[in-house]
Design a protein around this ligand. Sequence first.
Ligand code: FE2
Ligand code: FE2
Length: 345
Amino acid sequence: MTKLVFSEEELMQSVDYASPHIEAGQRLHGGFDEAGNYLCPRMKNREPAFDAWSRQLESRGGELLAADSSLLAGVRYPSLGQQKLMLQEDLGQSFWNGLTITGRIEARGRILAEMTFPDFQEAVVEDISQMALGHLDKGLLKAHGLDEGGEPENGIGGHDIMWFALRDLAFGETKYREPEIPENIGRPEGDQKSRPPIFQPIASMIYFLLNLLLIEFRAERGFASTEQILRDPDLFQDRREDAERAAKIVDRIRLDEEVHVMSLRLYLGEIRNLTFKTTDGGTISGKEIVDPFWSEITKWATEEQPKLAAEQQRKLFESRILAHSEGERILTQFTALEESKYDGR
Ligand SMILES: [Fe+2]
Ligand SMILES: [Fe+2]
């Protein structure tokens, strides 16, 4: 019989690495096989478990929550060309800030390892002990949180330290000051319009998982452009080798994030396929809870939010550029490099 129940200890286990993951003098999570391929952390049992739960969901007529490239939509500000121009005009702090902010936000993800989550079992009709959902608080979210924020107590860096390591490889030592870190990057729960008639903490948890999925999925936009910048032969010319190395670290983070995206799609696919108890003693299908939430959040993240963010970024970039001795000239070039589909001006 397929194994569908795992202990926390099992879900935290890593495969045996042939060599450890060390960059810029930092011990980082994961490791390498004999051939030098990167292996994600804590995957010894998570991988077969996710496979088994996914197959089981399919056998019950369910599927992973659909997520395709339409979720990557929305104007990017700055565009790739704008980012490159900034680096070439000695205004590289913007890119440096971006990497620093990403690392700081990743660090916050460690909260997944520290929070207590409401138990879905009490909120649904079906038995979830053999589903991924029955393991959220038994190792799955803990493993996810450690992927993001590492294990500082054991001297092992997660994604946060990986971003700082790759930033420092590309830039070397700088005198830049720490940028401000945005408070919240998901859709605020207060904006939520759909109010399913279920136990409120469970509704909040579903909303939280959907927000997290969207953030994880859209992180791909940042991975792709960061890698392109780091691999551009015109940039970081006196540190090409280190910049290439930095791009490889981005690629490893990307592999780890693929696990997060897939696992969140699985949890939400299971939720869609379950029957929830309503507060008035009836039942409601998970689909009726997830789908309205999902359409609200995706519309916000792919349309509304990118325009607002672009507006803010434009102001910030303009003031930074104008502080340069040739600010006017650079700003003209910079404006010409805006993504054409942006019409929010
Ligand atoms: Fe991450
Ligand atoms: Fe992640």
